[in-house]
Design a protein around this ligand. Sequence first.
Ligand SMILES: *Cc1c(COP(=O)(O)O)cnc(C)c1O
Length: 358
Amino acid sequence: MNELVTPSIEALRPYEPGKPVEEVTRELGLVEVVKLASNENPLGAGRLAREAVARALGTLHRYPDAAAFRLRERLAAHLGVPRADIVHGNGSNELIELLVRTFTTPAHHVVFAEPSFVVYRMACQAHGVSFTAVPLRDHVHDLEAMAAAVRPETRLVFVCSPNNPTGTIVDPGALERFLREVPPSVIVVLDEAYVEYVDAPGHADGCRLRDLRERLVILRTFSKIHGLAALRVGYAVAPERLAAYLDRVRAPFNVGTLGQVAAVAALDDVEHVEHSRGTNRRERAALHARLRDLGLGVVPSQANFVFVDLHRPAREVFEAALQRGVIVRPLAGSWARLTVGIPAENQRMMTVLAEVLA
Ligand SMILES: *Cc1c(COP(=O)(O)O)cnc(C)c1O
């Protein structure tokens, strides 16, 4: 025990991002590098967002709109919710942290799934809040077990659907029961970073479930289908009272001007979103098939990545693929997460994986 930080901060390990292309190019002297490790949109940002950024360059010396008025107004219209229910964040990462910081103390408790987005755990550790990580069942959130893990001191429950890293969505009926049955004191956070990619019949997105309980917070991001990961824009949809508390705690200028204008333009760029969704749907299906052809274990995905059992230590496969200029995401044991790229990238990844696994 040292006097500088708490034991849980001492135990914290920094988030391990997907290896940047530049680093791999530099370290290995490779010319062509394919990065399919961070679930970014392989088509890039849309034309409207790029143009909006270019137009805003003349205002770089000004502070951004602290209230992100236009962005929140545009989101409110897009989602059919009041503007007061929307909180903008420096990526939804900031909002996860903000939820933990605003609504919990070390006396509280948080529930999330395992494996799921690692930031839930990191935010709890950083703030000394205890948590229960409930194992997935058949790669899907076990909502019954998660409800059973709720205690009187539980303040937050994170549900990630589609789940990162498995790509699975929660069963709509099970989610509805869960939202009704979890005690009203608990804030259920539905992380929908990949919701735009879902095409399962009967799927209802979080904004249509708001009537089921008061304390429901929905998290979305512009980093995935909108292709704006570099600009760090996310948002929460929360009941007004909760939104107001988050708004008090957040940093005043948490989303920059370029992020705000790009996000507004991205919402208007329906064509880019449709194109991205369509490309992902086709390529995801092709990837599922090719991975199965290699004899690998594939979990059917509703997102823009595929969770795969390589039947070999994933770290080894990752290192060998890296040497050949393909970056994927190794996870626990023999599991890896592969982002769905454009056709040429997927081709390259499959060629390299077949080579490495042969
Ligand atoms: C990528 C991702 C996010 C969003 O990250 P940003 O901070 O908005 O870039 C949030 N939740 C999950 C599960 C993700 O995979």
